[in-house]
Write a protein that binds this ligand. Structure first.
Ligand code: NAD
Length: 293
């Protein structure tokens, strides 16, 4: 099976490398980022999404948000313009579930299959090939795509029809954002009270409050390292998709709405490109304290 990959940013470049090193031939395209690194490993680099589709049996997209995915798939130089019937598109970007359904309907008109397969785990797990991948779409198409997805993730779970992958990702992003906010409140309080935040981390990480989020983010906070990882501007995009979906469904999400406002104020302070663990900076500013080693 020949694989195409569109979007070689923080996540895509590591995921594409794992597909290539997993033994698949790979054709790649990125509108802005350099593809030199993956080219040196043996990938073919082309200059449009259309050309990626023409050279591939399965095309993966890993792009920031809905408009980018729409451009890459539906645009005049997009995947559908170059696709043969039978092509499989696997969109691994985190986008609105309603957009996944729209794109799937357009693809179907051309005899092209589509899955939505967003990921969790951030850059470290993208590099290790241990992402959690949540997949929506036809079960038979999922089975065909699964061996490729297993090159990028240690957990590949079919969660339902098209759009279900991105619904699952929205649920994931609520938990990650609120978990970072809870960790931030707790560590700012402890630091202000004069207790070493490193000691607090060592004392509680193995207990009920411990979490994957805490293990990943507290060492970064203690080091004052806010290099992304998951950028605040991408997390705000996910929470906007959460709140839009919750309005469509008449579901009230007060904690997510508050967290969204916290992130907005950080973006106003110029931190949109910081890792999402910079949520702690909001609480640090209010309490006039820094959670550092
Ligand atoms: P990124 O901005 O680093 O990479 C996106 C890439 O897409 C860029 O290289 C950009 O040049 C390219 N691009 C944009 N528009 C394009 C187009 N029309 N055609 C071709 N290429 C185009 O983003 P990322 O951090 O790799 O995230 C990608 C997706 O994965 C996002 O939806 C994000 O929410 C999700 N995600 C990110 C993380 C993380 O920790 N970074 C974790 C899980 C999921």
């Amino acid at each position: 099976m020949k694989i195409g990959f569109i979007g070689l940013g923080i996540m895509g470049r590591a995921m594409a490398r794992n597909v290539l090193q997993g033994g698949y031939s790979l054709t790649v395209y990125d509108k802005f980022a350099s593809c030199d690194e993956i080219k040196a490993l043996g990938a073919a680099v082309v200059s449009s999404s259309r050309e990626v589709a023409a050279a591939s049996d399965l095309v993966i997209t890993m792009l920031p948000n809905t408009p980018h995915v729409k451009e890459a798939i539906l645009g005049p130089d997009g995947v559908l313009a170059g696709a043969q019937p039978g092509l499989i598109i696997v969109d691994m970007s985190s986008i609105a579930p309603a957009a996944s359904k729209e794109l799937h309907a357009e693809a179907q008109k051309r005899g092209v299959a589509m899955l939505d397969a967003p990921v969790s785990g951030g850059e470290p797990k993208a590099i290790d090939g241990t992402l959690a991948i949540m997949v929506g779409g036809d079960a038979a198409v999922f089975e065909r795509a699964k061996p490729v997805l297993e090159k990028m993730g240690s957990s590949v779970v079919h969660v339902g029809e098209i759009g279900a992958g991105n619904v699952t990702k929205l649920a994931n992003q609520i938990i990650v954002a609120l978990n970072i906010a809870a960790v931030s409140e707790a560590f700012v309080l402890a630091t202000k009270a004069g207790v070493s935040p490193e000691a607090v981390f060592n004392a509680i990480k193995g207990g009920l409050a411990g979490s994957t989020v805490m293990n990943a983010k507290v060492p970064m906070i203690l080091a004052g390292d806010f290099k992304p990882g998951g950028r605040l501007e991408l997390h705000t995009k996910d929470l906007l998709n959460v709140l839009e979906t919750s309005r469509e469904l008449h579901v009230s999400l007060p904690l997510t709405a508050t967290c969204m406002e916290i992130i907005q104020s950080l973006i106003c302070d110029g931190m949109s490109g910081y890792d999402h663990c910079a949520i702690v900076r909001y609480y640090e500013k209010l309490a006039q304290v820094e959670v550092r080693k």
